[in-house]
Design a protein around this ligand. Sequence first.
Ligand code: IMP
Ligand code: MG
Length: 186
Amino acid sequence: MENQGHFPYDFIDRVIFPQEEIERRVKALGEQITADYKDSEKLLLLGLLRGSVVFITDLMRKIHRPLTMDFMSVSSYNKSESSGFVRIDSDHKTNIRGWDVILIDDIVDSGYTIRTVSKLLLDREPRSLKVCALLDKPERHKVEVGIDYLGFSIPDYFVVGYGLDYDEKGRNLPYIASIDLKKGEG
Ligand code: IMP
Ligand code: MG
């Protein structure tokens, strides 16, 4: 177990998913995807930067099929809690027409990101489109989103690690931890 009190960031509260548990889950997702895409010769993993980077690089090595990888960068800005707008900062390079695309994100919160990007990708006529997320906070959904491959569901915690950040910090942690902003205040 990670040693409580010896975390590299002050704001970490506790470990929710240790490294070994994430590894097991990612391996299982890879096996499921390998089986589901056994007849596909054009599989594309499309990751959303930057949160999905750690997840996608581990996951791709558990998928025993030919595949390619691409990325998009999007940012969401919520004017209020109830309205979400998603902006494309950098688009993918691959022409996805005719490809079996799996859209990969670190975590689904309101669902606006996945919904907006999915709609955009469907206009580009992939052969198929599925969604894979490491984490989901179902209590926080504002719109309905279908997640075809999910790592774990969590309650309404803010979490960091394994690619996820708090204000760009914490992505390098090998585990997933919840944060407590009052810790480290003095
Ligand atoms: P959505 O559009 O509200 O579903 O937002 C999803 C995005 O919000 C994710 O891709 C993350 O970048 C960010 N996010 C939401 N919850 C968390 C969290 O608990 N930790 C880190 N990032 C989060
Ligand atoms: Mg993100």
